[in-house]
Design a protein around this ligand. Structure first.
Ligand SMILES: [Mn+2]
Length: 338
């Protein structure tokens, strides 16, 4: 059973997690005298122990934002971040594509979940902007990956990143939907308007689209910085990858709505659409984006866990692990062949 906690260690990740001499601090709140007992893995991303999950030495930070208020069809995105972290504790740490135990090598810190105000979507998004600014300030060189929640959480994050760079950033949006409605159901901060909210500060390259409205096509036509790559053209061949690369500026923010993926293996999302992206080709493209562009930030949103169906939760946890590995791929040896 590979993912049970080693009794010698407080979690996964470190070869030696001995507490400092004289330390009474226990494991994840467990008093020191009880630390030999068979506790479950810590509830951090990958179940990393205190050393591998320490903020001070981490290269990456997970920011869970379980926010949901404007979902239009199936709900449940509020439970997404928790399900991703829980499932991540059962991922094999060794990544054969990169040839290393990526998580422990990087150090990944998992922040607590952000609880945004319920005073309405606009105050909540303003609050999230302040949260994101503060997290990026504290993170410094660390790579911050946000877990949603509904897609509206991406707009404040993108605005926060855009404000830090003199040159305009490009948002690479993997999504079934354009999310370009100026407003939806009376709210300019709906999940259906997530990308409309960032057009002032960023260009958008949307990949995997297959469900848009006429109004969104007008918005796209009116903005030079909006580009659309349709899911059905992606199905024909891989030329879309070159086209997408040409459209991406030097600094890229990736927002990954899991409804980009085909609902045959990603049914756990609020507004699934047939004919979506696949696992290997998409990952191959993303690995290239991380290698050839400066990816300044990233989010993964819209997982709405289905009770009793854990494969989609595990998929998204593994996706997050892949994205972090790709971000730091130059630190790792590459594929292992035996
Ligand atoms: Mn979507």
């Amino acid at each position: 059973m590979p993912n049970r906690r080693d009794p010698e260690h407080q979690g996964r990740g470190s070869s030696n997690a001995e507490p400092a001499p004289g330390s009474s601090r226990g494991v994840g709140g467990v008093p020191h005298p009880l630390r030999e007992l068979p506790w479950e893995l810590p509830h951090t991303f990958l179940g990393l122990d205190e050393e591998a999950a320490a903020f001070e030495t981490a290269s990456a930070v997970i920011l869970p934002v379980p926010y949901e208020s404007t979902t239009s069809y199936g709900g449940g995105a509020k439970a997404g971040p928790g399900a991703i972290v829980e499932a991540s504790r059962f991922i094999e740490l060794f990544d054969q594509e990169l040839g290393a135990e990526v998580g422990p090598a990087l150090g990944i810190h998992t922040l607590p979940s952000v609880e945004l105000t319920r005073a309405g979507a606009t105050p909540a998004m303003e609050e999230l902007r302040r949260v994101h600014d503060a997290v990026l300030d504290a993170a410094g060189d660390r790579f911050v990956l946000m877990l949603g929640g509904e897609h509206s959480v991406s707009s404040p994050a993108i605005q926060s990143h855009a404000a830090r760079h003199d040159e305009r950033i490009t948002v690479l949006q993997l999504d079934a939907h354009a999310d370009l409605r100026p407003e939806y159901e009376g709210s300019p901060n709906s999940h259906a308007s997530a990308m409309a909210r960032v057009l002032d500060v960023a260009d958008v390259v949307a990949v995997g689209l297959r469900a848009v409205c006429a109004e969104e096509m007008e918005v796209a036509a009116a903005h030079d910085g909006v580009h659309m790559i349709w899911a059905d053209e992606m199905w024909e061949d891989d030329r879309w990858m070159d086209r997408a690369m040409e459209l991406l500026g030097p600094k890229v923010y990736i927002t990954y709505d899991v409804d980009y993926l085909d609902p045959s293996f990603m049914p756990s999302t609020g507004t699934p659409e047939p004919g979506g992206g696949d696992w290997y080709r998409t990952n191959r493209f993303l690995k290239r984006v991380f290698a050839e562009r400066d990816v300044v930030g990233c989010d993964v949103v819209e997982l709405a866990p289905t009770p009793g169906l854990h494969a989609p939760d595990f998929l998204v946890a593994k996706l997050v692990y892949k994205l972090l590995g790709y971000r730091f791929q130059d630190r790792f040896p590459g594929p292992v062949f035996r």
